[in-house]
Design a protein around this ligand. Structure first.
Ligand code: THU
Length: 161
């Protein structure tokens, strides 16, 4: 039997189309790019997490001379949340980047890697509340997704164990 997976998302062309809380969150993700340590890829990523208490926690990708030891901005920010606000739920996560290898204003919208999708989903399951995802391009395009779950169809989770 043929099955299909699809989901709705919003494609926006300006920050003004977001509500104020998400505008601030995206600004935080852009500023978190400065936390990135990416001397190898020169792909600088910033993530900002909005907690249900209104706090914002930021992280940048941290690379390593031993390449696989590097960690994405999203998981740096998630780990910071689990240390700083262990009992606070996550409402949304925004990501932004600059690519020092490219001179042009980049139109590409950054989307989290598979490991980060899996990690975000674990938190969503654990807190029994959906996590919104805000993706962006340096040129200003934005994608808003209501639930991180949409980014990992047929996901592996604790229910499989
Ligand atoms: N990276 C992130 O931090 N987040 C993403 O969503 C995609 C990729 C990092 C990992 C690595 O340091 C660099 O970007 C290039 O892959």
């Amino acid at each position: 039997m043929k099955q299909q997976v699809s989901f709705d998302f919003q494609l926006l062309t300006s920050d003004n189309e977001l509500d104020l809380a998400l505008q601030n969150l995206l600004a935080a993700a852009r500023s978190a790019v400065a936390l990135s340590y990416a001397p190898y890829s020169k792909f600088h990523v910033g993530a900002a997490i909005l907690l249900q208490n209104g706090e914002i926690v930021k992280g940048g990708n941290q690379e390593n001379a031993s390449f696989p030891a590097g960690i994405c901005a999203e998981r740096v920010a998630l780990s910071a949340v689990s240390s700083l606000f262990p009992s606070e739920k996550i409402q949304a996560i925004a990501i932004a980047y600059t690519n020092a290898q490219s001179d042009e204003m980049d139109e590409n919208i950054l989307s989290p890697c598979g490991i980060c999708r899996q990690s975000i989903l674990e938190v969503a399951d654990r807190q029994s509340d959906e996590i919104q995802i805000l993706l962006s391009s340096p040129a200003g395009k934005i994608i808003l997704i209501d639930s991180a779950r949409h980014l990992l169809p047929l996901a592996f989770s604790s229910s499989n164990l």
